[in-house]
Design a protein. Structure first.
Length: 271
């Protein structure tokens, strides 16, 4: 008589078998992110109770602001024009300064890595300091007014624009550059006649983006005395002149909307 073969006994897997390396990594990331936001919540002093009591106060301000004050509309329109002018001149100056530096900061066309890394570090330094901080410093150096705002915008935008232009240069195909270099053309001619025509639409698009961004950013530079519509905004807030404040906010909205649409239209024309 043969004994029927019994099925193999199945032993339960260890309780920790599910903790694979991938799952452990995921759990670790979740815990780290949760701890980060918990600490950030405490450091930021988020208080929802204060928000609940502050919103009705803002609603009362909105009621007091209607109807908007129009007596000073010509003066406020002039301040809005100052804001656009600050952004335009600052962005243009930044573009002029960024053009030679972006070539040094692009790995594929820089004359030497000894120039590449210092150029990158310099641009990172400019980008790391906001235009608001630059404007604050220049107010102390050159006095109150839009000129301090122009300088603040120009320095910050210089670093940001040059970095984005350098990355655009690094992404172009090497063929046209190699073909131009093979003809014996100098580095300057290669950049002028092979590089710039290829990357120019992208560079102009980036420049338009920064002009649009700087118009919005320069509306708050008046807080530090850098002129423009932002200074009138601060004055109205200090005096609790809510109808005038509403007029200024309306002008800022119209100005930014027009600039956004103009910049978008110009970028589409470049595509």
């Amino acid at each position: 008589m043969t004994l029927a073969s019994s099925p193999a006994r199945v032993y339960p897997e260890p309780a920790v078998a599910w903790l694979s390396a991938g799952r452990l990594r995921f759990v670790g990331v979740v815990v780290a992110v949760g701890a980060f936001y918990s600490v950030s919540w405490q450091l930021a002093r988020v208080d929802l109770a204060k928000l609940a009591t502050g919103l009705p106060r803002m609603a009362s301000w909105a009621v007091k602001a209607w109807p908007p004050a129009t007596a000073e509309l010509p003066v406020l329109a002039l301040r809005a024009a100052e804001t656009v002018a600050m952004a335009a001149i600052g962005t243009t100056a930044a573009a002029v300064l960024a053009l030679p530096v972006c070539v040094l900061a692009a790995r594929n066309v820089t004359p030497s890595l000894l120039l590449y890394y210092p150029a990158r570090w310099f641009l990172n330094m400019l980008r790391g300091i906001d235009s608001f901080v630059f404007a604050l410093l220049f107010v102390a150096a050159v006095g109150l007014g839009p000129f301090a705002g122009v300088l603040g915008i120009a320095l910050h935008t210089w670093g940001s624009t040059a970095k984005l232009w350098a990355e655009a240069i690094e992404n172009i195909q090497p063929g046209p550059l190699e073909a131009a270099a093979a003809t014996g053309a100098s580095r300057l001619k290669v950049v002028a006649f092979a590089l710039l025509p290829d990357v120019l639409p992208s560079m102009v698009s980036i420049g338009l983006f920064w002009w649009e961004f700087n118009v919005r950013a320069s509306t708050v530079l008046g807080v530090v005395g850098a002129g423009g519509i932002g200074q009138e905004l601060k004055n109205s807030m200090d005096l609790l002149d809510f109808p005038r404040l509403l007029t200024i906010l309306g002008l800022i909205l119209v100005m930014v909307t027009v600039i956004d649409h103009t910049s978008e239209w110009l970028r589409r024309r470049l595509e």
